[in-house]
Each structure stands twice: as structure tokens, then as C-alpha cells.
Design a protein around this ligand. Structure first.
Ligand code: HEC
Length: 106
């Protein structure tokens, strides 16, 4: 009986570890879709015009975008401003890809 309880407790303790790789809001994100959208909409091309190089210097994890939610919010704002016609799952997919590549929020 004691062992069963210990097993349950151990299982619970491991849950947060298993999900720590990606923030919860990106759990169901479609990374393939996100990568396609970033390439299609030339996000990096425009950013490169502003910051030079390959444009990735625009992504500043230490700046005002410092949580996964803020990152998704910024992608939402940009895609609306640019009239990209993103669906909510498109926004999530793009933000998840940027997170994986640059921001690495947990
Ligand atoms: C027409 C040019 C342009 C295009 C196209 C563009 N961006 Fe941006 N983006 C900007 C500029 C300019 C900034 C910097 C804004 C600032 O720092 O005030 C920015 C900033 C950002 C930031 C915040 C960076 C940070 O850490 O502060 C994110 C995230 C972002 N863009 C995502 C995207 C995504 C995703 C796409 C493609 C779907 C995209 N942008 C397309 C011009 C563009």
C-alpha cells in the first residue's frame, strides 16, 4: 500500500518535468505550420532590413518580450498589423517556432 502511494506521488512529481520543454500555451502548436508561415511571410527579410544580418537580432528574449504569453501577443499584434489573416492556431504555431529557435521560454 505504501508503495502504491509512493508511485502515485512520484508520478505527480514528474509531470511538471515532462511539460517543462514547452510552455503550456505552445503544447499543441503545429511547428511545421509555424515554420512555413514564417518563411511565407518573410518575417526575417523585413526584420533584416531593420537590424541587419539575417534579421534574427530583432528577437530579444531579454527585452520587452519576456514571457511566452508576451511573445504570442507580439506575433498576434504583428500579424494583425500586417494583415496576414492569421487564425489563432497560426499565431500559436508561429510563436512556438520563434520560441523554439530564439526565445526558449520554459
Ligand atoms: C514590414 C516589416 C515586418 C514584417 C513583415 C514582420 N515584422 Fe516583426 N517586427 C518588425 C519591426 C520593425 C519590429 C521591431 C519593433 C520594435 O522593436 O519596436 C518587429 C518586431 C517583432 C517581434 C518582437 C521582437 C522582440 O523580441 O522585441 C516579433 C516577435 C516579431 N516582430 C514577429 C514577426 C513575425 C512572426 C513576422 C512574420 C509573420 C513578422 N514579425 C513580420 C517588422 C516586421
Amino acid at each position: 500500500m505504501k508503495k502504491a502511494i509512493a508511485t502515485v506521488l512520484f508520478g505527480l512529481a514528474c509531470l511538471p518535468v515532462a511539460f517543462a520543454q514547452q510552455p503550456g500555451i505552445f503544447k499543441d502548436a503545429d511547428h511545421k505550420l509555424g515554420e512555413k508561415l514564417v518563411a511565407e511571410h518573410k518575417c526575417d527579410t523585413c526584420h533584416a532590413r531593420k537590424v541587419g544580418g539575417d534579421g534574427t537580432a530583432i528577437y530579444k528574449p531579454q527585452g520587452k518580450i519576456n514571457t511566452a504569453g508576451a511573445l504570442r501577443g507580439m506575433v498576434d499584434y504583428c500579424s494583425t498589423e500586417l494583415n496576414l489573416g492569421f487564425f489563432p492556431e497560426d499565431t500559436t504555431a508561429v510563436a512556438a517556432v520563434l520560441n523554439k529557435r530564439h526565445y526558449k521560454f520554459k
